[in-house]
Design a protein around this ligand. Structure first.
Ligand SMILES: [Zn+2]
Ligand SMILES: [Zn+2]
Ligand SMILES: [Zn+2]
Length: 507
């Protein structure tokens, strides 16, 4: 009996909470006794808050309505889901305080497109799935996309590289935080040694004699030499004591016609002395088109390191490296062998890039002997280029065919013209890429020989090797691109070998 009373009390309480003008009904069984309904309520997961909005003034269960309700449309108060019942209610049109609400069946799954998630370096992603928006049950499985393993790095410079000191960069993934360090190679030059663009008022030491040569140990002193002409350098001796750093070498590989470093060095103009690099290098030369003959009327304004050497001059053991030059030669533009003089270029090397017309890695043009010199009918010259190496890339500036008739491009020399005397090129090596517009050779672009009266055998090329690729818009060869023989004095070749690829008539 006590149990029955409790049940009735619970049913009454429910009726007060859940219904206003009539008893709570379940849509599925409106005729089921209240006790049954009451037992079902706890099973549904109808949210509790649905109980709160029912602010209707609940009439006492015992009061009977004074009219027959005229119900409005059902409105859903709580959406049914695939796992929980919903609740709907309707309001009496005759008295809005009369509200009837009832439970709604559990609904089906409602499928929606699953949001695609891109994978990251470490996390899986997925795409293309659909799933129930309530319970997550998939209808179409999305495709899992594995982690990319590709980190999205941010670069942080921890320490600048310095001279003889490595730098450090940290790379940190912006997504997962993975990070690692990378060393930056130390500078191969001391930034404090880079030329400040000034000209010294003397050499480091020496008097220019063979026993006590002028010592040059920085770019300012080399610039001082460039202020002296052939009369002042004739018979004088010079030695490098250190590498000369003309420009900051960072990124020198990217120098080109338009982008160059700060310093331009005036070439040593007509040099008749003896210069020994002692194995040191002049580093970071940059010669551009600006200041060239067309612009200034001064044809040696911007052309190379030595514009011209002659009359007994010697260049030894000198390297020019990390340089970009619009010039004819990496070491010297023009060698003029006349007046029965001997000229020697020995043990020199070039690395970098040269763009020119008649150009070579070591020398642009070699001219030996003159047909007429004042009252003398002929003058002789004797030129030797030996033990030199070109590692630079040499190319013709002009590519328009009509302008390239005289263009000669070679790894060691652009052009070698010999009238009276001789020119010997011995034991030289080219490793650079040679790219010419016309006469193009791994060692020499063009050789011209003649046998005027009393002329000696004129051109000898011996023990030279080419390892660089040679490409020409016209004629090309691994050793000499073109040979021009006047009368019958052919140049001589001994023990020369080509190992590079040679391509002629490349358009
Ligand atoms: Zn009513
Ligand atoms: Zn579901
Ligand atoms: Zn990562």
């Amino acid at each position: 009996m006590k149990k029955v009373l409790l049940l009735i009390a619970a049913a009454l309480l429910l009726a007060v909470l859940f219904g206003s003008c009539s008893s709570v009904t379940d849509k599925t069984g409106p005729d089921i006794p209240e006790e049954t309904t009451q037992t079902e309520v706890p099973e549904t997961e109808a949210p509790k808050e649905t109980e709160k909005p029912v602010e209707t003034e609940a009439p006492k269960a015992t009061e009977a309505p004074s009219h027959v309700h005229t119900w409005g449309e059902w409105t859903v108060v709580v959406e049914p889901t695939c796992y929980s019942q919903g609740v709907r209610e309707r309001v009496c049109l005759l008295d809005v305080t009369h509200v009837e609400r009832e439970l709604m069946d559990i609904g089906g799954h409602v499928y929606v497109t699953r949001e695609d998630i891109a994978p990251t370096c470490v996390a899986w992603g997925h795409h293309g799935g659909t799933q129930c928006k309530y319970c997550g049950e998939p209808r179409r499985q999305s495709k899992d996309v594995p982690p990319t393993g590709i980190h999205d790095y941010e670069e942080t410079l921890v320490e600048e590289p310095g001279y003889m000191k490595e730098g450090l960069v940290t790379y940190t993934c912006k997504v997962c935080g993975y990070s690692y360090n990378k060393k930056i190679g130390m500078l191969t030059f001391n930034p404090d040694d880079v030329w400040d663009g000034t000209v010294a008022d003397g050499y480091a030491s020496g008097d220019g004699s063979k026993e006590n040569p002028y010592i040059i140990e920085n770019a300012a002193q080399l610039a001082y030499l460039a202020e002296h002409d052939q009369d002042e350098t004739k018979g004088k001796y010079y030695k490098l004591a250190k590498d000369i750093i003309v420009n900051d070498l960072r990124g020198w590989e990217n120098w080109d016609l338009d982008n160059g470093p700060a310093n331009r060095m005036t070439p040593i103009q007509y040099f008749y002395g003896s210069f020994d690099g002692c194995g040191h290098s002049i580093r970071g030369l940059y010669c551009s088109m600006s200041g060239n003959r067309a612009a200034t009327g001064n044809h040696y304004a911007s052309r190379g390191l030595f514009y011209s050497i002659g009359l007994g001059s010697e260049l030894r053991n000198l390297n020019v490296s990390e340089s970009f030059m619009v010039a004819d030669g990496g070491i010297v533009n023009s060698v003029v062998g006349t007046m029965d003089s001997y000229i020697l270029i020995s043990g020199c090397s070039f690395s970098g890039k040269i763009i020119g017309a008649i150009c070579g890695g070591i020398v642009g043009r070699v001219s030996v002997g003159l047909a007429h010199n004042g009252g003398e009918p002929y003058t002789y010259g004797y030129v030797t280029i030996e033990n030199c190496i070109n590692n630079g890339n040499i190319m013709s500036y002009e590519t328009e065919e009509k302008n390239t008739h005289n263009y000669c491009t070679g790894g060691i020399a652009g052009d070698c013209s010999c009238l009276f005397g001789y020119c010997r090129i011995e034991n030289c090596v080219n490793n650079g890429t040679i790219n010419g517009a016309n006469k193009t050779g791994g060692i020499v672009g063009e050789v011209f020989t003649a046998d005027f009266p009393n002329s000696e055998r004129s051109v000898l090329i011996s023990s030279c090797k080419n390892f660089g690729d040679v490409t020409s818009k016209k004629s090309a060869d691994g050793i000499v691109g073109n040979i021009w023989i006047y009368n019958e004095t052919a140049p001589q070749f001994e023990d020369c070998f080509n190992y590079g690829n040679v391509s002629e008539n490349v358009k």
